[in-house]
Design a protein. Structure first.
Length: 345
């Protein structure tokens, strides 16, 4: 029987049969360090007999998380060094992150903000802090876009989201509002008509970026929830983290990108994994990522191609790190053969 509600502790995972009882003491130590939650929708997708289940690997704690390796950093992409006021990260002149909450519907074992999210993490912004964050944005005419993230902003009630939208509506120079979320896939029932209306409350050009890492997350209910968002006139884009043993093979990645496009979600970023603490077991190399990008380019529609992105450790910004095709007077075709370029005259 799949659970009826979100499981929020190692004991709840054991009760639901998702982790073996003998592993409970060790996994309770992991859960004491990094928040645990898996929604009923995601728990129902797990095949407990499959040791390598890609949904289980994303959400069920593992003892490997207690191992730290060189280069790992509690703030791997330098959010804190670019945070002028609580809840705002301002790294690029024309856009800011607004983080109204650090709660999520699920807690991903590879989360790059794992030291900030969850019940022990940073608190949800108070009304006064939200005022200060909006005042910061209002005072800077160069801020063209506000990216509402967290945590996951779609765990907030439609009333709270509407309030944020109405505040942003008053800032004339903000033209675009982008929400980053996992909710339409991991808890599609939250995407009600009221929620969709709240997303549009700013009256700006609104986008929703869905984070999903495996095609199985795009269940019929998830696809229907995304359909409600897109039908309301909100374009959707995707974000995926490249994860060892979860989606680091060409078939899995192709199936995911196609599932996005079938759902009217334009693949946006494939993120190279960040150096978050205790995540070495989920990391791939850039060489592996580039080989996967080449495989995608050779096999599937141009609509299905994300940009492969590295967020440079320390807060130095995002750059594309996809494969190059030009080399010293030759260009490589999608099948890997070299041709002279420019063509011989
Ligand atoms: C990722 C990120 C953004 C958004 O980057 P895009 O390339 O526009 O998607 C903005 N600000 C910060 C601090 C970020 O980490
Ligand atoms: S939903 Fe995003 S912020 Fe929340 S745990 Fe997953 S990766 Fe981290």
């Amino acid at each position: 029987m799949p659970p009826a509600h979100t499981l929020r502790s190692a004991a709840a995972l054991a009760d639901a049969g998702l982790i073996a009882p003998e592993r409970l003491p060790a996994l309770e130590r992991v859960a004491a360090q990094y928040a645990v939650a898996i929604t009923a929708d995601m728990a129902a997708l797990i095949e407990p007999a499959n040791q390598a289940d890609p949904i289980a690997r994303q959400f069920l704690p593992q003892v490997a998380e207690l191992v730290s390796t060189p280069g790992e950093d509690p703030d791997p992409i330098g959010d804190l060094t670019h945070s002028p006021v609580e809840g705002v990260v301002h790294r690029y002149a024309d856009r800011v992150l607004l983080k109204p909450t650090h709660t999520c519907a699920v807690y991903c074992r590879f989360c790059f903000r794992r030291e900030m999210v969850g019940p022990e993490g940073l608190k949800t912004l108070s009304p006064a802090q939200l005022d200060a964050a909006c005042a910061y944005i209002a005072a800077r005419p160069e801020i063209w876009e506000v990216i509402v993230t967290g945590g996951d902003p779609l765990v907030l009630s439609p009333r709270r989201l509407r309030d944020i939208g109405e505040r942003l509506a008053q800032i004339e120079h903000v033209k675009v509002v982008r929400f980053h979320t996992r909710v339409p896939a991991v808890d599609p029932s939250l995407i009600t008509g009221e929620m969709v209306d709240a997303l549009k409350a700013s009256g700006k050009a609104v986008y929703v970026a869905l984070h999903a890492n495996h095609a199985r997350e795009l269940t019929p209910a998830a696809r229907a929830a995304c359909g409600r968002i897109v039908d309301a006139g909100i374009p959707m884009i995707s974000q995926t983290v490249l994860l060892a043993g979860i989606n680091d093979d060409p078939q899995t990645l192709s199936a995911l990108m196609r599932a996005f496009v079938e759902t009217r979600i334009k693949p946006y970023y494939l993120h190279h994994h960040d150096y978050a603490p205790g995540t070495a077991h989920l990391r791939t190399t850039i060489d592996e990522g580039q080989a996967l990008m080449k495989a995608l380019r050779g096999a599937i529609s141009g609509l299905c191609q994300p940009t492969y992105i590295l967020d440079i450790p320390g807060g130095h910004g995002k750059v594309p790190v996809g494969p190059g095709y030009l080399d010293n007077g030759t260009v490589e075709d999608p099948e890997g053969r070299a041709h002279p370029y420019p063509p011989a005259g």
